[in-house]
Ligand binder design. Structure first.
Ligand SMILES: C[S@@+](CC[C@H](N)C(=O)[O-])C[C@H]1O[C@@H](n2cnc3c(N)ncnc32)[C@H](O)[C@@H]1O
Ligand code: SF4
Length: 384
């Protein structure tokens, strides 16, 4: 039986100062001023349409994530207006997690404080590296000192917690370089670290003109020794790329990975909504380009579909197996509405290959092994 899960809200801000050559997110280099007021107005209309479309009037809101692009380009006044309008539409805990992504090249002390006053409780700062030559190669608009300054400001501006985004496997990066980046990050004492391996995405300048990346052996060493360094400093890995101090896991992303519901508003935003009365899961995608999204004659919804039942096992696993923690077969049934037989034989096969395990021999619980995480794509293919 499909049960109604927690509901989160993702808000996409599609502008950046300039486009980084590795990035395939829906973000556009800013040419003129940001049409902040118009965009906030469209976001709220978009939200109201979703609320009506899916009858969400009585559902409470679990978390909010303002991502991009570069949301920190927005003024604190615009973020305040946006959040106050969102929060009047839903019941929510008074300490609801509200994350805002910030680029170190776009912040100063007063702005962080004003974001906090506007309701933001968690900042996620895109640092990528603390080495100047790497930041230049990555086309970043900030230097290492600005990155450190942003982390220091996040410590004192009032927010409950902050994350640093770091990437590794960078052009010409050595093992020592990568571990030094982690050591510098640890000294800045974030409550959370997202540590991504650089991937070369199609349709990016790095794809058409690939930079020289570290060889596989170096990449494995970076991964193994990086995880150990983070663990020694008290950062527990709870997802493929996410590490946190105890109690500081990102609640919004956890809901996403546990196959919770989320509304996605803003350019190109994706959403997933469960209708437990109809026993159906819907997916939505919004109009991608800012010009189209801001066009008052157009509807924001670009795509709506019911997820086919035979796609659900893979969809669930694709999210859930990113997490280190175990899931139960009851959780699988509540999240997908499908009987356990739709995955049990495959889980048993994965166990035989050493990719999944039953923690403490509890057969109703399933956890991905270290080997399973290393070969996650192979593991996921088993659920296709
Ligand atoms: C959508 S970006 C938002 C952060 C903000 N725009 C910034 O860059 O400062 C989220 C994070 O994804 C990571 N990321 C983006 N492209 C990536 C890629 N090709 N490979 C690995 N990580 C990537 C970066 O660490 C980035 O901070
Ligand atoms: S600032 Fe962030 S979202 Fe914008 S292009 Fe760079 S990585 Fe992508």
């Amino acid at each position: 039986m499909l049960k109604t899960p927690s509901l989160s809200l993702y808000i996409h801000i599609p502008w950046c100062v300039q486009k980084c050559p590795y990035c395939d997110f829906n973000s556009h280099a800013l040419k003129n001023n940001i049409p902040e007021d118009d965009y906030v107005e469209q976001l709220i209309q978009d939200l109201d349409c979703d609320i009506e479309r899916f009858n969400l009037q009585d559902r409470s809101l679990f978390s909010i994530f303002i991502g991009g692009g570069t949301p920190s380009l927005f003024s604190a006044a615009a973020i305040k207006s946006l959040l106050s309008q969102v929060l009047t539409r839903f019941e929510h805990n008074k300490d609801i997690e509200i994350t805002l992504e910030a680029n170190p090249g776009t912040v100063e002390a007063d702005k962080f404080k004003a974001f906090f006053a506007a309701g933001v409780s968690r900042l996620s700062i895109g640092v990528q590296s603390f080495e100047s030559d790497k930041l230049i190669k990555l086309g970043r608009i900030h230097d290492s000192n600005q990155a450190k300054k942003a982390a220091e400001l996040a410590t004192t501006c009032g927010v409950d917690s902050f994350n640093l985004d770091l990437m590794h496997g960078l052009p010409q990066q050595t093992l020592t370089n990568a571990l030094d980046d982690i050591k510098t990050a640890i000294k800045l004492a974030p409550t959370h670290l997202s540590w991504y391996q650089l991937t070369i995405e199609p349709n990016t300048p790095f794809y058409s003109k690939p930079p020289k990346l570290p060889i596989d052996d170096v990449l494995w060493d970076i991964q193994d020794q990086g995880v150990e360094l983070l663990a020694q400093a008290g950062y527990q890995q709870y997802e493929i790329s996410a590490y946190s101090k105890p109690e500081f896991q990102c609640q919004h992303n956890l809901n996403y990975w546990k196959f919770g519901d989320y509304l996605g508003i803003g350019c190109g935003a994706h959403g997933k909504i469960t209708d437990s009365d109809k026993q159906v899961i819907y997916r939505t995608i919004k109009v991608k380009h800012p010009k189209g999204y801001l066009d008052k004659e157009r509807v924001h919804l670009d795509h709506l579909n019911e997820v086919a039942k035979d796609e659900l096992p893979f969809e669930y696993m694709m999210n859930r197996l990113r997490l280190v923690s175990a899931f139960t077969l009851d959780e699988y049934q509540a999240a997908t509405g499908l009987p356990m037989q739709t995955i049990l034989p495959k889980l048993q096969l994965a166990k035989a290959k050493g990719l999944m395990a039953n923690p403490d021999g509890k057969t109703e619980q399933w956890q991905v092994t270290k080997l399973g995480h290393r070969y996650l794509n192979d593991l996921l293919e088993m659920f296709l």
